[in-house]
Ligand binder design. Sequence first.
Ligand code: FPP
Length: 246
Amino acid sequence: MERELPDGLSADRLPAHVAIIMDGNGRWAKKRVLNRVKGHEKGAGAVRTVVESCTKFGIPYLTLYAFSTENWQRPKKEVDALMGLLTRFLRNERKQLQKNGVRLTAIGELHRLPEEVRRELDLAMAETKDNTRLTLCLALSYGSRSELVEMVQRISGEVKVGHIEAADVDEKMVSQFLFTRDFPDPDLVIRTSGEMRLSNFLLWQCAYSEIFFTETLWPDFGESEFASILKDFQERERRFGKVLQP
Ligand code: FPP
């Protein structure tokens, strides 16, 4: 399928992996004197838009922070509503994802998710597993620190039984023991709603990512703003800690 790029965006130097911290659903709803859940529902629409934009622009990896390990501490009513929303999203979007060549994957403590979310997730992942246009990764019950702790436990277990020498542990091996082992590191991280922090999201993987903060609340995030962030990204000089040759 041909890619469709907005004016001013060049096909080379597009990020291979965009990761988004979707924040501000609650504030979006509060501003309209609505229940917070309405903000999440509207936020699901913005998810649809950004997934479509990635397929149009030819960005091969998109990771969305949809539910953090800390989010379990929200009121039960809100957690239940989010899980219900996720279930419906996965059920309703499966055909469209398949049609658009999107492979769905997920990272996080997936065993903590309610059974019906896991069931829809498994169905969507199985149906879309051979697609190659875009890999959409949902971070669900995800926390970077617990991912790192698990990595240390697993590597030290391998060292203990003699499968690995401690001296052989290097950055590549660490990456291979994370949920994200099959994905490139994010080139670009976007956080909406004006908050300027990473909130336990892909801390190892974002070591050299370009980070963009926007005041826009997630439900209002759309294709034109996404395109303008991508343009800005293309103008940034990424040095990875080195000095570029004159
Ligand atoms: C942060 O906003 C958002 C979340 C905790 C949930 C994100 C969920 C969605 C965007 C919708 C469903 C997702 C998919 C993949 C269909 P917040 O509630 O913390 O907002 P606030 O900071 O303004 O209160």
